[in-house]
Design a binder for this molecule. Sequence first.
Ligand code: ZN
Length: 217
Amino acid sequence: MRGIYLMLMLTVVSGLAVSVMSRSEAVSAIQVEEKRVAITFDDGPNPDYTGELLEGLKERGVLATFFLLGVEIEKYPELVEQMYEEGHLIGTHSYQHVNLCNLTDEKAIEQVVKTTELIEGLTGECPLFIRPPFGSWKKNLDYETTMIEVLWDVDPLDWNTGNTGVVVKRVLKCVEDGDIILLHDASQSSVDAALQIIDQLQKEGYVFVTVYELVLN
Ligand code: ZN
């Protein structure tokens, strides 16, 4: 009887080992197949739309990246604090939404530094990333400002249409693993589109990460 008991125990233990192995294999298979995307919002914080967007992101467990304007940060600091507390990544857009290439280096640096100081004052962290307005940036400013420039892969021109369905369709048509999506938390149609895009991409197995995770990991 004892022999049979031992045999049974061994069978159970080896069975467990097999099932543990299969589980870890399954987990690594999922990791290999994970599709990642970063959703980003420019021009905020916006008193009318950022709060609703943050609520929608929280409900969906999504972390986004916000590229903020200094003049708006000064007006709505509590929204910046909320973004930070909720785990979103905060970057710089510029102070006044100007084309930095049309300025002297000194003035361009001032636009960046003024904004990063405002963000650092509210969050305690100096931002690492800049999305320059119009994607217009001079390479030497990388060194002068010690910022990493972040552009985008998918731009549905949400600011130009005001039509939620059009924005959603434009993004879903071309988004791929590893992409950065550009939107603006500056209109109801953009916020609605962002949340619909997230719902659909989550169904398709996409995981939303911040620009930091996408670029540096
Ligand atoms: Zn902008």
